[in-house]
Design a binder for this molecule. Structure first.
Ligand code: GBH
Length: 507
């Protein structure tokens, strides 16, 4: 009796374990990795490529980059693209998300001239992926605006949507026969709030509380133009989908009080609601409470109208619903308080408009990036929240990842722990009814990490930036990710048998 009881308890324990372990990702779930043109390509002046805002900033103000490095060569994908695709095959990726350099295709930003060399480079990259059954997911804009368009005001110019539409047309015309997943913009928040409203991204305008809001309006309109262009003129013949990727970190209340819950909501509206609400909400337009807040602050400060521009009714209708999916870049979480941890902010600025405090618990493991900790269940919170708020759209996680210091080598158990937890959350979300269709790990390989230069590494593959050939070597996390993709299961006890990467048969 006693033995039988003990045995059945063990059996019960095991079966619970087994069911947990056997939760599977669907066969058509797209596992991939992500990169961005300026961060990996190099070839900054190859052939007739035009200057972009990162070339311009790093060449004219090298001191803004932590280690004085730049993306002139980066991982030299311009010359190593076949090796990149070989790595995708080693990992057994279903998909690969990368971005196009606007000024490599259109050196001056507008659609004349078109660079034959730029088009050829991307054709080769795409064809090499397709040869091995890897689905390209292409971002039109990941932060490298042609400098000539920046000189004209960039995203703050009301003509920006027309420029972007013109560029999108060239892109769909040239690559749309083979590319079926389009992302217009990577991370509006970073483009607008960091690039226009602070000094943490090119073009370091620091137009706080004004430029960042202008950028938000014209970016959203530009997205909608590129979406409708695809929808009206390409979709029926090319059969793809077009969406946008927004950075959505989790902002939860520090305490479970009315004040803190509202503080978290206002912060979410300011961080990503500004870009998500006009596109994905039923009513359209900028988020309600945040709009009221900026209007009120602007009035108090003596502005005759709100610093946050408005959409006309016609613009609202044009933007509303203009996306086939919601691309989520997710990394971390923050706890928000109405009364604690408040810091002084420049006036006017988005952070002053929001006026809340931010707290990160010490027990959340810290990466090599100051802003990135591993926070429990943050992907699940984000996906459940967006799913409810925006009525069950189709989602991709288009970025998620973990940084380590340059010296940390190939054994990256902290990255493995982070990825496993994140992917468990993805399964939880799928179980809860979220239509999550894919996951792109950031990043395929170490790359130029913007203002942090080469001081933070996000790669599944290590890149040796001292070597002119930029050799890539698989980290331990690459083997773990490969096993997850192959089995569609997260085995928390899996350990790679060797650190030698090979390509599996059938790829
Ligand atoms: C992603 O942004 C980017 O899309 C990708 O290009 C990048 O390599 C990756 O993250 C890793 O960083 O403390 O003021 O310096 C994620 C959102 C927003 C995170 C800006 C870093 C820096 C803020 N990023 N943030 S600051």
């Amino acid at each position: 009796m006693k033995v039988a009881l003990v045995l059945s308890v063990i059996a019960l324990g095991c079966s619970a374990l087994v069911t947990k372990q056997e939760r599977r990702f669907p066969d058509d779930f797209l596992f991939g990795t992500a990169t961005a043109s300026y961060q990996i390509e190099g070839g900054w002046n190859a052939d007739d490529k035009g200057e972009n805002i990162w070339d311009h900033m790093t060449h004219n103000h090298p001191n803004v980059i932590k280690d004085g490095s730049n993306g002139d060569v980066a991982a030299d994908t311009y010359h190593n693209y076949k090796r990149d695709v070989e790595m995708m095959r080693e990992l057994g990726l279903d998909a690969y998300r990368f971005s196009l350099s606007w000024s490599r295709i259109l050196p001056d930003g507008l659609s004349n001239p078109v660079s034959a060399a730029g088009i050829a480079f991307y054709n080769n990259y795409i064809d090499e992926m397709l040869k091995y059954g890897i689905t390209p997911m292409v971002t039109l804009y990941h932060w490298d605006l042609p400098q000539k368009l920046q000189d004209l005001g960039g995203f703050a110019n009301p003509l920006f949507p027309d420029w972007f539409e013109e560029y999108a047309r060239v892109v769909y015309d040239n690559f749309g026969d083979r590319v079926k997943h389009w992302i217009t913009f990577n991370e509006p928040r970073e483009i607008c709030l960091e690039g226009y409203g602070s000094t943490t991204k090119a073009p370091i305008l620091n137009a706080t509380g004004i430029g960042s809001y202008l950028c938000a309006k014209y970016l959203v309109l530009a997205h909608a133009k590129a979406y409708h262009l695809y929808n009206n003129e390409y979709k029926s013949s090319q059969g793809g989908e077009c969406g946008i990727t927004i950075s959505v970190n989790w902002f939860g209340p520090l305490t479970d009080t009315e004040e803190d819950r509202f503080a978290a909501e206002i912060r979410r509206q300011a961080e990503w609601g500004l870009y998500a609400e006009p596109i994905f909400s039923e009513q359209g337009g900028f988020p309600k409470e945040f709009t009221e807040r900026v209007a009120q602050k602007s009035a108090e400060q003596g502005y005759r109208s709100s610093r946050l521009p408005e959409f006309t009714e016609e613009e609202k209708q044009f933007v509303r619903g203009a996306s086939d999916f919601f691309g989520v870049n997710h990394y971390t979480a923050y706890l928000i308080s109405a009364t604690e941890h408040i810091t002084q902010n420049v006036v006017p600025s988005l952070y002053d408009d929001v006026g809340v405090g931010v707290y990160v618990p010490e027990e959340w493991p810290q990466s090599a990036s100051s802003w990135l900790t591993e926070s429990p269940d943050s992907i699940l919170n984000v996906l459940n929240h967006l799913n409810q708020k925006y009525n069950n759209p189709k989602f991709y996680i288009t970025e998620n990842g973990w940084s380590s210091p340059p010296s940390s080598g190939l054994i990256d158990d902290d990255r493995i722990r982070y990825y496993r937890a994140a992917l468990e959350n993805c399964l939880d979300a799928i179980d809860a009814g979220v239509r999550l269709q894919g996951y792109m790990a950031w990043s395929l390989m170490d790359n130029f990490e913007w203002m942090e230069g080469l001081t933070e590494r996000f790669g599944l593959y290590h890149v040796d930036f001292e070597d002119p050939l930029r050799p890539r070597t698989a980290r331990k996390s690459a083997f773990v990710y490969k096993e997850i993709i192959k089995t569609r299961v997260i085995d928390h006890s899996y350990e790679p048998a060797t650190m030698t990467m090979t390509i599996d048969e059938g790829r």
